[in-house]
Design a protein around this ligand. Structure first.
Ligand code: AHM
Ligand code: MG
Length: 335
């Protein structure tokens, strides 16, 4: 007997933790897993663009070649629409929500917010990218979902996760009972449980932010960066600076080894760059479930009010002690 546990087996097993569960959330997670595998396949041949055709061209099979973020968006929308468990989708790629209005979805209870391909500029240079998703129970009663269904605080998420398309492809998710990570075994086409019950260290040695924006950072962040660079043996400083430019990849690394990710307000992004609904809330849910913290520099991310679909927020997330220290700097120097 193989000891490998697939994502599908794990989801069914966990469904029994919820006594009245009818399997809808499990099926939704399964649908996301399917889309992830299709995107994985496409991301992995991105370097063959010269052979297979650049985005915007027609490839040798006569099919039009799409940009990968557009492709990923379409795959996730298709999987969620035919799956029957989702009544509306919000995506970074679409200005308005996408209503799922078909026979299968007429009793669907959930809405999904997603960033289908986060860090997409990394694609052209063979560096990790990701998908982020967040699942809410609908507020509206029936029919296709509504905008109000998405205007919920992060604390109301029923599940959230990310897929990292890196040196291997992993799916990491939480339903509020810890965090589990699955690595895609391409030889059998299955996500296999590889990182059960992920916990992030209370502190780490890595800080991740775009220091090129230094002059535009708030004083609290400038002072915190200097603190990270100071020599101090007990706190293992100086820390290392690591920034991939794909939040999924930076947060995934920091989740495993300990560290902090910061995208503060800057002159060009006065509200921060990252999006609350489909980037910060789901990543915050995972980080908290793994024992870390996520704030906007002052307040817990998951308690912020969601007012618009594409709302931005500053984001300070990672190992609990490091986030606490960064927030202390913000309170002292950037009131
Ligand atoms: P995107 O969703 O348009 O890809 O933007 C989000 C990304 C994050 O993944 C990443 O950490 C950040 O933007 C990088 O931004 P910058 O190039 O300003 O550092
Ligand atoms: Mg993004």
């Amino acid at each position: 007997m193989s000891k490998v546990k697939t994502l599908g087996q794990f989801i069914i097993e966990k469904q029994n933790d919820f006594p009245f569960a009818k399997g809808e959330l499990s099926r939704l997670l399964r649908d996301i897993g399917i889309a992830a595998k299709i995107v994985h396949r496409e991301v992995n041949k991105a370097g063959l663009a010269d052979i297979l055709g650049e985005a915007g061209e027609t490839n040798i099979q006569g099919e039009s070649v799409k940009k990968l973020d557009v492709f990923a968006n379409e795959q996730f929308i298709a999987a969620l629409s035919v799956g029957g468990e989702c009544c509306a989708i919000a995506s970074e790629e679409n200005e308005d929500i996408i209503l799922v209005d078909n026979e299968q979805s007429k009793n669907a209870k959930y809405v999904v917010a997603m960033d289908p391909l986060d860090g997409s500029s990394n694609i052209d240079v063979n560096v990790s990218v990701g998908t982020i998703f967040s699942i809410y129970r609908r507020i509206s009663l029936s029919g296709p979902g509504t905008l109000e269904d998405f205007m919920q605080r992060g604390t109301e998420q029923v599940a959230a996760g990310y897929i990292i398309y890196g040196s291997s492809t992993m799916l990491v998710y939480t339903t509020g009972k810890g965090v589990n990570g699955f690595t895609l075994d391409p030889s059998i086409g299955e996500f296999c449980l590889s990182h059960p019950n992920m916990q992030t260290p209370k502190s780490g040695k890595t800080y991740s932010m775009n220091e090129g924006n230094y002059v535009h950072f708030p004083d609290g962040v400038k002072k915190y960066i200097k603190y990270c660079q100071e020599e101090d043996k007990p706190t293992k400083r100086p820390y290392s600076s690591r920034y991939i430019g794909s939040a999924v990849a930076d947060i995934h690394r920091n989740l495993i080894t300990g560290g902090i990710y910061i995208y503060p307000v800057t002159a060009s992004s006065p509200s921060g760059k990252l999006r609350l609904l489909y980037e910060c809330n789901p990543l915050a849910f995972i980080i908290e479930q793994a024992g870390g913290k996520a704030t906007d520099g002052y307040r817990r991310i998951m308690e912020l009010e969601t007012k618009t679909l594409h709302q931005r927020t500053p984001f300070y997330a990672g190992s609990a002690d490091m986030v606490d220290t960064a927030c202390e700097f913000m309170s002292r120097f950037s009131k």
